[in-house]
Design a protein around this ligand. Structure first.
Ligand SMILES: [Mg+2]
Length: 427
């Protein structure tokens, strides 16, 4: 270690305080108690810098949702660098700017750079609970940004300890996850051909149709025609993305359920929770809550009121892989089914989700972790492994991925006029 590095390490270590310690604590010799409870020297695990990078990647086709048509996907990549040279990588991704939720890629980047980083720099990256609690105390909401940070901290700690993130989360009970595919061209014949191709390739046998943007009878005819063509070879489900009102939904859910549709996702507004309860009582196909869950507390209220039979689990809407397991625990206690959802993240967010989902006792409705398959370009050195209808989750340390620096440099939005986006701990 050269002199500069030694000095720098000393500076970081002398300012590394316990995250939970009061500001007004009595003077302590900074050379005492460097070890945290995992026995690792806190000088080594201190967070030195946090970098956020917006990346725009092309998609294989336009992806139509009730509220937005995606022509490409924007990811926010988060790099948390620690004093021991370990780097944790996370991702915060949403759909269509502000079309889906309260956070956009731009707000995620700004908020992490401006508000998250000052709270985290110099802190112990190895204590994920304490780091996330520190954020929780000062920052309301912003679950997408929190999820990316939590993923990066878990990735760093996994690399440090030589364990996959799933093992940090208590241990996996499966190694692979069945993955649904979304048919979203809007064209019935094209969607049937795409589904047949996916069955032939043994990539997907669960299909989700995005409806709600068109006239309801035409949407229903589209869905029923696809189910008829695929028969028992596939599970067909719909996602309405809140587009119907309750009266339309009451009729449509009956028709869908009696035509073999297995699951109806978020048919009406998240704000009409009483309507969700009524629909869930009469619909012949189970109702799944997606937009209705914007935090763990939403999940508790939905479970208490009986507003859904299935929950879509999304790390971005709960605040990370640990946070989403709290929602899963509420569902399990209430007898509600589980489905591993996606915000159409790239490989990093998808693996962060997958490491959480492989730890679940039950995952009766499988997952939709197909985000990376929608992209024509990758920024990872190795693509994720999709085989025999399943995503196979790496057993290597951390999230089990590495960045392709050249491709990341090419696709980053600020590559022309690069402005600094790295918050650095100044010791
Ligand atoms: Mg949805």
């Amino acid at each position: 270690m050269n002199t500069f590095k030694l000095l720098n390490t000393f500076k970081v270590s002398s300012q590394t305080n316990s995250i939970l310690a009061s500001r007004k604590k009595p003077y302590q010799n900074p050379f005492q108690n460097f070890k945290n409870l995992t026995g690792i020297d806190m000088r080594a695990t201190a967070i030195e810098s946090i970098e956020t990078i917006i990346v725009d990647l092309p998609t294989i086709r336009p992806h139509k949702l009730a509220m937005h048509t995606m022509q490409n996907q924007t990811l926010v990549i988060i790099r948390v660098r620690c004093a021991d040279g370990i780097e944790g990588i996370g991702e915060s991704t949403t759909i269509g700017g502000l079309a889906y939720g309260n956070e956009s890629p731009d707000s995620i980047k700004t908020n992490i750079d401006t508000h998250f980083a000052p709270l985290l720099l110099g802190q112990d990256s190895g204590n994920v609970n304490a780091a996330m609690l520190r954020l929780e105390r000062s920052i309301r909401g912003n679950t997408f940004a929190k999820s990316g940070i939590e993923s990066a901290l878990l990735d760093a700690q996994g690399k440090r300890l030589g364990l996959p993130v799933s093992e940090l989360l208590g241990g996996r009970v499966r190694d692979a996850l069945s993955v649904a595919w979304t048919l979203a061209s809007g064209d019935t014949a094209k969607d049937i051909a795409e589904a047949e191709q996916m069955l032939d390739l043994r990539r997907h046998r669960i299909f989700k149709l995005k409806i709600g943007a068109g006239e309801v009878n035409r949407d229903l005819a589209h869905v029923i025609a696809i189910k008829k063509a695929l028969g028992d070879r596939a599970s067909v489900r719909v996602d309405v993305n809140q587009a119907w009102d309750e009266a339309v939904a009451l009729r449509a859910c009956r028709i869908l359920g009696s035509n073999g549709i297995d699951l109806i996702e978020q048919p009406i507004s998240r704000n009409n929770r009483a309507g969700m309860v009524r629909l869930n009582t009469v619909s012949p196909a189970p109702i799944m809550a997606d937009e209705s869950i914007e935090c763990v507390e939403d999940a508790f209220n939905l479970a208490r009121e009986g507003a859904a039979s299935v929950f879509a689990l999304k790390i971005a809407k709960n605040g990370g892989p640990r946070a989403v397991l709290r929602t899963a625990a509420i569902a399990e206690a209430a007898g509600i089914g589980l489905y591993g959802g996606t915000m159409l993240e790239g490989g990093i967010g998808t693996l962060a989700s997958a490491h959480a989902f492989v730890t679940l006792n039950t995952l009766g409705w499988d997952t939709e972790l197909f985000g990376p398959l929608l992209l024509t370009e990758d920024i990872l050195s190795e693509p994720l492994v999709y085989r025999d209808f399943q995503l196979h989750v790496p057993q290597t340390p951390g999230l089990g991925l590495s960045l392709d620096e050249e491709r990341l440099a090419f696709f980053r939005r600020d590559k022309v006029s690069r402005t600094t986006s790295t918050a650095v701990h100044r010791a």
